[in-house]
Design a protein around this ligand. Sequence first.
Ligand code: IMP
Length: 195
Amino acid sequence: MKTFVLASQNKHKAEEIKQILCSGFEIKTMDEVGLSDFEIIEDGNTFEENAAKKAVAVFEKINMPVIADDSGLCVDFLSGAPGVHTARFAGENASDSENIDKLLFELKNVPFEKRSAKFVCVIALVENSADNIKYFRGECSGFILNEKKGTSGFGYDPVFYYKEYKKTLAELGEDVKNTISHRYKALKAFSDFLK
Ligand code: IMP
């Protein structure tokens, strides 16, 4: 079984990643390798830059294969924003609900058909050299509702409407979300690459 360290302090993401990858991989969290306080500043201009920065920083600390994910929401009406600023859209340390409120404010009075958006996830893999980084990208397209619906998931899930199932990701629940999400698609590309 291959072991990878996940360069993320986000426990919810770690859960999703473990659930999606299931057998064949062992994913160790930063806690499990003694890096619970290790913070990496995400100041890149692209998802790829941020994912690589996290993967390389952790690889240089522990010299074990590392994956790092960087993800975010790109809203067409906002020219792709919040993009790499998704986690702190409403400010440094903003909560999920503050970020959602800011997004709904920015899209106030914008009709449904102009509220198209996509979640993007980029996984960077550093297996044995910081000079050799592999990238895997997944995207999930939908629309931003003007109110929250559903309680599962995290982040912007309650306002992200997945048209094919006529529900938000928060209404769909983890099991279904993990078959269609941006993270699922990026992880699928990653696991196919390793096969
Ligand atoms: P980062 O990848 O840790 O920089 O965080 C990106 C931000 O995007 C998170 O804090 C969430 O707000 C948002 N995000 C990423 N993936 C998802 C998802 O699957 N559902 C809802 N929000 C997400």
